[in-house]
Design a protein around this ligand. Structure first.
Ligand code: NDP
Length: 286
């Protein structure tokens, strides 16, 4: 079985490391390579499948083109408008999936961070934020608030879920003002069950402009970003504010890969074991 990850740039991708480890612990025979998408995505993907590829992961900036390339889409890919997993079916057609959001949900459940009927704040309104809304709704979220610096982007995503009436959008400024006043008045009130940082602020070693009281009164906080050392500027800030349940996105990275492998082979590797391995690998200890 031959697999690959397609993107540009691609040299930094950890997917081959993760899938090789999965193959080892599951006793699967597979090869997994990085493919730089230097030509139109549809050509590179068509060549990969013509050469016998069984499936591939797709990363930045090709997830939208992969959506157009697929013959069919699962619900999550359709809602996200993006595909991170392609699979060749027995009849030669190509199915597109998005395992990013389901990977996040799997990790949140593993960490006991997703209570029933959760009220969730998603900070950010980029590709990652859009991709996690439908899976969180599927997992039983009662209310999802999308807050972004530029509110229009959050409003656009929320509009896609207008029929559920469970998704609303605000600017970060409006959220800060409204919540700060409410939380200051009600000393024991919770802000959200879960705050997800879906911005790329941690990549810039910055915090999203979020009122500290909102984090302090949250049930848990999760940053989609991760670092080799474990934790991000965001999770460290939450810990310092006294939040007991904080995690970075390494588990999401592993879980989305595990779900891709399951789609291709029917087998799901142990996620906690793979996270521990990847942490050792990133720290140069594996
Ligand atoms: P995009 O570039 O599509 O979106 C970036 C978002 O971050 C925008 O909403 C932007 O707001 C916001 N933003 C950037 N800087 C700041 C800041 N300093 N303060 C507040 N908001 C800020 O990125 P993606 O959605 O693709 O990715 C977001 C993050 O998720 C990245 O860190 C990425 O690494 C991570 N990720 C992790 C995955 C995993 O498996 N663990 C999978 C996918 C993504 P505005 O619109 O106002 O500019």
């Amino acid at each position: 079985m031959h697999f690959a990850v397609l993107g540009n740039p691609i040299a930094h991708s950890l997917s081959p490391v993760i899938h090789s480890y999965f193959a080892k612990i599951l006793g699967l025979k597979l090869s997994y390579e990085r493919i730089l998408v230097a030509a139109p995505f549809a050509k590179v993907a068509a060549d990969f499948f013509a050469a016998g590829g069984a499936g591939c992961n797709v990363t930045v900036p090709c997830k939208l083109e992969a959506c157009a390339f697929a013959d069919s889409l699962d619900d999550n890919a359709a809602a996200a408008g993006a595909v991170n997993t392609l699979k060749r079916n027995a009849d030669g057609t190509i199915s597109g999936f998005n395992t990013d959001g389901p990977g996040l949900v799997l990790d949140l459940k593993r960490l006991n961070m997703l209570p029933d009927n959760a009220r969730i704040l998603i900070v950010g309104a980029g590709g990652a934020a859009q991709g996690i809304v439908q899976p969180l709704l599927n997992a039983g979220a009662e209310q999802i608030t999308l807050a972004n610096r530029h509110a229009a982007k959050a409003v656009k995503i929320a509009a896609k879920f207008a029929s559920s009436s469970k998704v609303n959008a605000v600017s970060l400024n409006t959220l800060n003002e409204g919540q700060a006043a409410h939380l200051a008045r009600h000393h024991y009130a919770k802000s959200f069950d879960l705050v997800i940082n879906a911005t790329s602020s941690s990549l810039q070693h910055m915090l999203p402009p979020l009122e500290p009281l909102i984090l302090q009164r949250a049930g848990a906080a999760y940053d989609l970003m991760y670092t080799p050392q474990g934790g991000t500027i965001f999770t460290r800030c939450c810990t310092e504010l006294g939040l007991k349940h904080c995690a970075d996105g390494i588990g999401m990275l592993i879980a989305q890969a595990a779900l891709s492998l399951e789609l291709w082979t029917g087998q799901r590797p142990d996620i906690a074991q793979a996270i521990a391995y990847l942490q050792r690998y990133l720290q140069g200890r594996a």
